[in-house]
Design a protein around this ligand. Structure first.
Ligand SMILES: Nc1ncnc2c1ncn2[C@@H]1O[C@H](COP(=O)(O)OP(=O)(O)OP(=O)(O)O)[C@@H](O)[C@H]1O
Ligand SMILES: [Mg+2]
Length: 313
């Protein structure tokens, strides 16, 4: 069974696509079979994988609109060693059309059922907004990986994202869990980054990946060559960091095996009333407990429970 991971953050430019492409290549380098699903109309994961988004006969758009099977758009034999379900600007139209469609949030989940058995990992790159495409990613996934830059506004956005994840878990996908937070474009000389990073670790504990992705120019250059950094410059700090991330992810998956999400993945989404609470590092559970700390608080308001980060100052 594959592990389906949505790489999501509604904030733009935080490293979602860079993480999707380089994690896919790194997992592939460890002999895992990997499918990368591009669910962003920008088509950056597609281009960064060496596929010209302007030359596609079919794309993720056609799959979401039910016009073609996912299998038929998958491109194999990429330099990165993983397969891709590509996307381009057509996805913008699909997003609008989907809003009026039946099972609009479940289109990707249904499409993935036919290929899931063929892959160890399915990574979904999502767009910088909480739209119907992101919702499809969150409904299709077992896990959410959140790349974030360690800056104040990143924390603000995290609140909205965690609320969204919680909302999806309650209503559409009870099996959805937070896989982890990934610190990207990290500059250890930046005091704010270090502060935010420390706060994240305090609150989220081992939900924060120990691997930190440094700011590294090779990671920014590689997409223009249609390559993951691992193939562009294997020795670069960026490529090595994503290899380390894949290693950490595999170790965590092995540690968790037996309780892995894939074995618990519900086939139905009818169990809305009794979702499994999202467990944080200090064993507080979103949706159950009220707790405060330096970063924020579990807040109950009008019957809705969510994690709210502290206001600045
Ligand atoms: N660790 C890094 N070091 C240096 N540059 C990076 C790093 N990670 C990403 N970048 C660069 O930062 C920019 C934004 O990264 P990326 O496209 O991965 O973010 P994104 O979250 O997918 O953006 P969007 O929200 O627009 O989809 C890109 O130009 C990318 O090459
Ligand atoms: Mg992107």
């Amino acid at each position: 069974m594959s592990r389906i991971i949505a790489i999501t953050n509604q904030k733009g430019g935080v490293g979602k696509t860079t993480t999707a492409v380089n994690l896919a290549a790194s997992l592939a380098a460890t002999k895992r079979s990997v499918l990368l699903v591009d669910l962003d109309a920008q088509g950056n994961a597609t281009m960064g994988s060496g596929v010209d988004k302007n030359e596609l006969d079919y794309s993720a758009c056609d799959v979401l609109l039910g016009q073609i099977d996912l299998k038929q758009i998958i491109i194999a034999g990429l330099p990165g060693g993983y397969d891709i379900a590509p996307a381009n600007a057509d996805l913008t139209a699909a997003e609008i059309e989907l809003r009026e469609s039946s099972e609009r949030e479940r289109r990707l989940r249904i499409a993935l059922e036919s290929v899931a058995a063929e892959y160890d990992y399915i990574l979904i790159d999502s767009p910088p907004s909480l739209n119907m495409l992101t919702l499809n990613a969150l409904v299709a996934a077992d896990w959410v990986l959140v790349p974030m830059q360690c800056e104040y506004y990143a924390l603000e956005g995290l609140t909205a994202l965690l609320e969204t994840i919680e909302g999806v878990r309650r209503s559409l996908n009870p099996g959805l869990k937070l896989l982890g937070l990934l610190r990207t474009m990290y500059d250890a000389r930046n005091n704010l980054a270090n502060e935010v990073s420390a706060q994240l670790c305090d609150y989220f504990g081992d939900k924060v990946y120990r691997t930190v992705i440094p700011r590294n120019v090779r990671l920014a250059e590689a997409p223009s060559h249609g390559l993951p950094a691992l193939l562009y410059d294997k020795s670069s700090r960026g490529a090595q960091a994503y290899l380390a991330l894949a290693g950490e992810m595999l170790r965590r998956d092995e540690d968790e095996s037996g309780t892995a999400a894939t074995s618990q993945r519900p086939t139905q989404t009818t169990d809305h009333e009794t979702p499994v609470p999202l467990t944080l590092a200090n064993n507080t559970k979103i949706g159950e407990t009220t707790d405060t700390n330096d970063v924020g608080a579990i807040v109950k308001s009008d019957g809705v429970t969510f994690f709210k980060l502290k206001e600045k100052g």
